[in-house]
Design a protein around this ligand. Structure first.
Ligand code: DAT
Ligand code: MG
Length: 149
């Protein structure tokens, strides 16, 4: 099953959007297999955004993503990488369509609420930067079983 790493960035946490964002992905039909609130270390942030290390905004990006707690999640589902990116909307909120997360909640490219992996390979790399294997549910865990059985 395809997995992705989604992360409510510090601005999304500060604006109390965790619940609304989780709800969107649950309602789409994806399965949450791990989640936690934490603050990125500088090392984790530099590794996470390594592809941007030579860009002029890299310092600002690392400062922003380490500025406060994030809500990191691992989700799975068919084609989840492409579908969750579509739900997030374009990186620059000026280009993000209304109805997408960034289109609905973000005003500028730096503070754009949410991160999502851009390929299954990036997802594996990002998940292992933030989660230990034992922190993730494996396979299709049972849902809706009666309690006390
Ligand atoms: P995405 O988050 O949509 O995958 P990205 O990987 O190109 O986008 O960039 C990572 C983050 O870096 C992005 O969410 C916001 C920031 N960023 C990207 N381009 C930027 C720019 N031109 N100026 C400032 N911040 C930028
Ligand atoms: Mg990216």
């Amino acid at each position: 099953m395809e997995k992705t790493y989604l992360m409510v960035k510090p601005d999304g946490v500060q604006r109390h959007l965790i619940g609304k964002l989780v709800q969107r992905f649950e309602e789409k039909g994806f399965q949450l297999i791990g989640a936690k609130m934490f603050r990125l270390t500088r090392e984790q942030a530099e590794y996470h955004y390594e592809e941007h290390k030579d860009k002029p905004f890299f310092g600002e990006l690392v400062a922003f993503i380490t500025s406060g707690p994030v809500f990191g999640m691992v989700w799975q589902g068919d084609n989840i990488v492409a579908l969750s990116r579509a739900m997030m909307g374009k990186t620059n909120p000026l280009d993000a369509a209304p109805g997408t997360i960034r289109g609905d909640y973000a005003l500028n490219t730096g503070n754009n609420i949410i991160h999502g992996s851009d390929s299954p390979q990036s997802a594996d790399r990002e998940i292992s930067n933030f989660f230990r294997p034992e922190e993730l549910m494996t396979g299709d865990y049972p849902v809706g079983l009666p309690l006390n059985t």
